[in-house]
Write a protein that binds this ligand. Structure first.
Ligand code: ZN
Length: 145
């Protein structure tokens, strides 16, 4: 399996241990933890006509914060809406394939999509509100040494 129980794949190829996977899955839904960001993303994606991505949103769970430690970074990975099937796993799918800049009114919100068309993360920059919401949800900023 590409996405193990406790490890999630970051777009840049690093693997990060996620202590939050100890929580109950229902508590990790993006829509529940970051409701304001969720509806913003939903609207931005709709505006771009990416309806196939909208269908995935309710299933997304926050997996881990980006470990870069930059002040302005509130990026995070999500557990995709579905697991890879056996065939997909065998041909090494599940890798970052494209990023779509959503044109947020404040800061930058970029959605990361793998080569199975699954949302695997959000690059969120210069967004103190998302940073605060992630902190509140228990996803503390990782300060690199
Ligand atoms: Zn970062």
């Amino acid at each position: 399996m590409l996405l193990g129980a406790n490890f999630f794949h970051f777009g840049d190829g690093t693997w990060v241990y996620d202590s939050a996977t100890e929580r109950k899955r229902e508590q990790m839904k993006l829509k529940d933890l970051l409701p304001e960001f969720y509806s913003e993303v939903e609207q931005l994606i709709a505006k771009q006509g990416l309806t196939v991505l909208i269908e995935q949103l309710p299933y997304l769970e926050i997996a881990a914060r980006c470990p870069c430690g930059d002040d302005f970074c509130s990026s995070f990975n999500v557990k995709p809406w579905r697991e890879l099937n056996v065939v997909e796993q065998n041909i090494v799918l599940g890798k970052l394939e494209k990023t779509i800049e959503l044109g947020a009114e404040s800061g930058y919100v970029i959605v990361d999509i793998d080569n199975c068309g699954r949302i695997i993360g959000f690059e969120v920059l210069y967004r103190d509100d998302v940073d605060a919401a992630l902190e509140k949800a228990g996803f503390k900023k990782i300060i690199s040494e």
